[in-house]
Design a binder for this molecule. Structure first.
Ligand code: HEC
Length: 196
């Protein structure tokens, strides 16, 4: 009788050539770009999360990390202004900025759906299919909204590297507007907006 271990080895041995063959299509093909530099085939990317899940797991917590890092709280004991002070505290905020910046590349990845199928659209919100269709029809605009958040993240990163809490604080409110710009266009275009 074959032990489970041997079985697993055997099936791996069978699988390996198949896997390697798959990789073969991704390997450099010796092509060169216009400047004569060798071109590497694009790395294989695997899309798992929807944009909604990326927002919840990565983007929103990173943005919160930036927003919460500086501020003023008025209490009965007086005014408490908080900001990163030690190198470790600045480093922690820097992680959030980098996460936000790089996560915007994930948001614009081809093949990523807006939300899991079956997600119920709230009042004024588009359904997952409607969001996908709207993004597909307005790809350039969608990418620009993501780019705007990316760029705001870069400004935050520069402020962090200068250890400038005032700049970080004002970037925070611009960042909020950039997030909303995409949401009102692609997520809840039909929601009632406060009239000025
Ligand atoms: C390029 C477009 C785009 C940008 C920029 C963007 N979002 Fe989103 N966001 C979406 C889409 C699409 C959804 C999915 C809508 C849904 O929940 O069905 C979403 C959903 C969300 C959700 C709801 C997640 C959930 O679990 O329901 C939060 C929170 C969120 N975004 C926060 C942010 C924050 C914070 C920023 C800015 C730092 C931001 N978003 C920038 C497109 C964007």
């Amino acid at each position: 009788m074959t032990s489970p271990v041997t079985l697993r080895r055997a099936s791996l041995a069978l699988l390996l050539p198949v896997l390697l063959q798959g990789c073969g299509t991704q390997a450099p093909r010796g092509d060169t770009d216009r400047k004569g530099q060798p071109m590497l085939a694009a790395a294989p990317l695997h899309v798992t999360a929807s944009i909604k899940e990326l927002m919840d797991s990565t983007i929103d917590p990173a943005a919160d990390g930036l927003w919460d890092s500086v501020g003023t709280i008025v209490t009965t004991a007086g005014i408490d202004t908080h900001q990163p002070r030690t190198d470790e505290e600045w480093h922690a905020v820097r992680r959030h900025a980098l996460t936000l910046i790089e996560a915007m590349n994930l948001v614009v990845m081809d093949g990523r759906h807006a939300a899991p199928r079956g997600t119920k659209a709230g009042l004024g919100e588009l359904s997952p299919q409607q969001m996908d269709a709207k993004i597909a029809a307005n790809r350039a605009e969608f990418n620009l909204f993501a780019q705007a958040v990316h760029d705001e993240g870069l400004k935050a990163l520069a402020a962090i590297d200068r250890k400038d809490p005032e700049a970080l604080s004002s970037i925070g409110s611009d960042l909020d507007e950039r997030c909303e710009a995409c949401h009102v266009t692609f997520w809840y275009p039909n929601s009632a907006r406060p009239t000025a």
